[in-house]
Ligand binder design. Structure first.
Ligand code: IPE
Ligand code: IPE
Ligand code: MG
Length: 246
C-alpha cells in the first residue's frame, strides 16, 4: 500500500456547477443574481485548480435541458455569457488558461459564437490550464453527435473512433467529477467520459464552493483506490497501486 506522500492531484477535474438558483433564492434575490455569483466562483476555482497543478478543468455551464427554464432566466444566462466572455478572457489569457467551448453550436447566438471564437483564438497558445466550458452541452447529444459524424463518413463505430469524435477528444477523461449543490446525479454531463471518474458530491452551493471545498474534494480523490476493473493485489504487484492512505 503506498503512502500519502507524493499523492498526485487529479489531472482532469470536471464540475457540475449546481446551486446558483438556491444561493440567490436564500438571499431573496432573482436567480440570475446567483448565476452572476457563479461566475465569480468559477474565476476563483480556475485559479485554485491551476495553483494545485490540475491540468484540465471542465465545467457544466448550460445543459441541453436548461432551455426549458423560464425565458427570463434563459435570456439572463445568455446575456451573462456574453458579459463574462468580454470581461474574463483578458485575465484568463494572462493567467495561461486555454479556453475551449464544448456543446451544440446551433444553440449559440451570433454574439456568443463570435465571443467564443475570439476567446479560443486569444488563448490558443496557453498551456498552464485547459478550461473546457460546456455550454448547450448534453452527454447524450455528445455521443449521438459523434456517432452521426462517423456514420456520415461511412466509418465504423468503435470505442476508439467514437472517442476521437467526442467533444472532449482533446483531453484525457476526467479523474475527478465534482457536483456541487447537494444533488447526487449526473444530469447528462460527460456520460461517456466519466466511466471511470471518481465522483464527489458537495453540499456547498456553487457560489460558496471555495478553495477549502476544492481541497476537500481533491483529498477525497487522493484517498480513493482506482482499480479500473482490476483487483487491489494486481495493482500492488504491478506498481500502479493508487490507494493513498492518510
Ligand atoms: C446551476 O445552478 C447553473 C445552471 C443550471 C445554469 P442552478 O440554476 O441549477 O441552481 P439550483 O439548482 O436551482 O439551485
Ligand atoms: C445541471 O444542473 C446543469 C448545470 C449545472 C449547467 P441542473 O440544475 O440543470 O440539473 P437538474 O435539473 O437538477 O438535474
Ligand atoms: Mg440546479
Amino acid at each position: 500500500m503506498s503512502s500519502s506522500t507524493g499523492a498526485a492531484p487529479p489531472h482532469h477535474v470536471a464540475i457540475v456547477m449546481d446551486g446558483n438558483g438556491r444561493w440567490a433564492t436564500k438571499r431573496f434575490l432573482p436567480r440570475v443574481a446567483g448565476h452572476k455569483q457563479g461566475v465569480e466562483s468559477l474565476r476563483r476555482c480556475v485559479k485554485a485548480c491551476a495553483d494545485r497543478g490540475v491540468g484540465v478543468l471542465t465545467v457544466f455551464a448550460f445543459s441541453s435541458e436548461n432551455w426549458s427554464r423560464p425565458a427570463e432566466e434563459v435570456s439572463g444566462l445568455m446575456e451573462l455569457m456574453v458579459m463574462a466572455l468580454g470581461r474574463e478572457v483578458p485575465r484568463l489569457r494572462d493567467d495561461g488558461v486555454r479556453l475551449h467551448f464544448v456543446g451544440a453550436r446551433e444553440g449559440w447566438t451570433d454574439k456568443i459564437a463570435r465571443g467564443i471564437v475570439q476567446a479560443e483564438a486569444a488563448t490558443a497558445d496557453n498551456t498552464r490550464l485547459v478550461l473546457n466550458v460546456c455550454f448547450n452541452y448534453g452527454g447524450r447529444w455528445d455521443i449521438a453527435h459523434a456517432a452521426q459524424q462517423l456514420a456520415s463518413r461511412g466509418e465504423s463505430i468503435t470505442e476508439e473512433t467514437l472517442n476521437r469524435e467526442l467533444a472532449l477528444a482533446h483531453v484525457p477523461d476526467p479523474d475527478l467529477f465534482i457536483r456541487t449543490g447537494g444533488e447526487q446525479r449526473l444530469s447528462n454531463f460527460l456520460l461517456w467520459q466519466s466511466a471511470y471518474s471518481e465522483l464527489f458530491f458537495s453540499h456547498r452551493l456553487w457560489p460558496d464552493f471555495d478553495e477549502a471545498a476544492l481541497d476537500e474534494a481533491i483529498a477525497a480523490y487522493q484517498g480513493r483506490e482506482r482499480r479500473f476493473g482490476k483487483t487491489s493485489d494486481q495493482l500492488a504487484t504491478s506498481g500502479t497501486h493508487t490507494l493513498r492512505t492518510a
